[in-house]
Ligand binder design. Sequence first.
Ligand code: BMA
Length: 321
Amino acid sequence: MIMSPRIERTELFHRFEGNPIICAADFPHTVNAVFNPGATVFEGRTLLLLRVEHRTGISSLVVATSDDGLTNWEIDFSRGLEPQTDTPQERWGIEDPRITRINDEYFVVYVAFSAYGPLVSLAKTKDFITWERMGVLQQPEDKDAALFPMMFDGRWALLHRPVPSMAEMGKHIWLSFSPDLRYWGDARVLLAAKHGGSWDANKIGLGPPPLLTADGWLIGYHGVRVTASGSIYRMGLALLDRDDPSKVLARGNEWILGPRADYEQNGDVPGVVFPCGWILRDDGDTLHIYYGAADSVTCVAVARLSQLMSHLQGHPSDLNS
Ligand code: BMA
């Protein structure tokens, strides 16, 4: 038993009973951890781009696929992205991919652990075998980034999370624009970390890429709560205007997925759920969210989009605080 049914009944997300779906033991060679996967649909199958952390401490990205997005995962070592560790940009590996499909191409925004700190980089692919690196989008320290799948008034939009050198100023989600996916600017804070005792005080960051719904762009973001025994990483929701993503329409005042299960409480970093991908299934309501648990294993949880949207409506946060 992973969680008491009394707890699970009240949750919006239902953890798949087969969790963790992929872990280090599924690899034929020794790896440390398999977590924080990006997710998409490729040729009709669910495709995860797993962050595989080797025992060197360096991570690379490896493909796993499944027909139903829940079971029978096939790890494909011939597909994925290896870090260019001989370059300063990717000296210490590549991490936490977020996948955005634009026409027949997949744009993967990932954290490149450079010789000078984490930065936001972009690579695109049509098949997850051949890649075109499109360079550094945001200098260090910046992470937790994803592209929107469309342009707004002729510009691409990127969500990202820079880290100010003055820690007391907090860590917030920013929105930047680009005419060509290369030069980024017109940056502004989109969602600010809250204050005081709020679950998302001081430090937040984007989770999966924005999801277009009938009501606007659904945003999943993590909030970090520092406690006496370490940080707790949980996920909450916000909603952006469909035509102007700089307009925040709603933000929830509660987290909706937090570490509870054994595999979320035990691992390299206990108390972490860290989603980097979600897939809305063909019925338009079933949402599979893929997340790293405790920086160790890969998991999936299932929610109803309609329930998430009504929860967001019913638990509003003050947008000006
Ligand atoms: C964040 C990222 C994630 C990690 C999380 C919890 O800053 O580095 O890769 O899962 O911390 O350790």
